[in-house]
Design a protein around this ligand. Structure first.
Ligand code: E4P
Length: 218
């Protein structure tokens, strides 16, 4: 399973890259706004800065919701760097845009996916990645992980090559469960990735090893 970090924060992206486990980055308009990035030129420069930091795919989301607008924005984004993946919402014009980008060798990430039916449409349009939002499904008391499992079964059965990118990850257990459910990629906040490190027995064991080493060195 690939690891993407789900942020537009350059320090966090650099820290994740430095760990040696990073395969890419996802952003969205809310994450860009959280970093105070606004205005076309600043947004473009920020994507360029992210691409410089990372070895892997960088999802950049279109703002337009009509076909022509998405194509215009997506083509401009794709020209910034080979790493750019154009992130397109799961709406009717979005499906058409994904088909267009696929036919023109531009990688896509179909976002705001909440059902298996939407997952089938995105795969039929040739999306590179599909982003089902686990946390937001859980937020309304449905089962986000069940959705990943269902899509994973359908894609395997039907031979779709679109990669399942588990998104809206809220904690380390989501990452483990998404891996079990068949996600190809997990995009996570850095805190959830670092949370995977934690186990009290590791801390206790290390403290004991170091104490014993200290005793035997005296
Ligand atoms: C990533 O591609 C998504 O935009 C993101 O994971 C959404 O996460 P959220 O539901 O925590 O906002």
């Amino acid at each position: 399973m690939k690891f993407f970090v789900d942020t537009a924060n350059l320090d966090q992206i650099a820290e994740a890259q430095d760990l040696g486990i990073l395969d890419g980055v996802t952003t969205n308009p809310s994450l860009m706004a959280k970093e105070g990035i606004s205005g076309e030129a600043n947004v473009i420069n920020h994507y360029k800065a992210i691409c410089k930091l990372v070895d892997g795919d960088v999802s950049a989301e279109v703002i337009s919701t009509d076909f022509e607008g998405m194509i215009r924005e997506g083509e401009a984004l794709a020209q910034l760097d080979d790493k750019i993946v154009v992130k397109v919402p799961m709406i009717k014009d979005g499906v058409k845009a994904i088909r267009y980008f696929t036919d023109n060798s531009i990688k896509t990430n179909c976002t705001l996916v909440f059902s298996a039916g939407q997952a089938i449409l995105a795969a039929k349009a040739g999306a590179t990645y599909l982003s089902p939002f686990i946390g937001r499904v859980d937020d309304i008391s449905w089962d986000g992980m069940e959705l990943i499992e269902q899509i994973s079964n359908i894609y395997a059965l039907q031979g779709f090559s679109t990669e399942i990118l588990a998104a809206s990850i809220r904690n380390p257990l989501h990452i483990v469960k998404a891996a079990e459910a068949g996600a190809d990629v997990c995009t996570c906040p850095l805190s959830s990735i670092l949370g995977l490190l934690n186990h009290p027995l590791t801390d206790i064991g290390l403290a004991k090893f170091l104490a014993d080493h200290q005793k035997s060195s005296n």
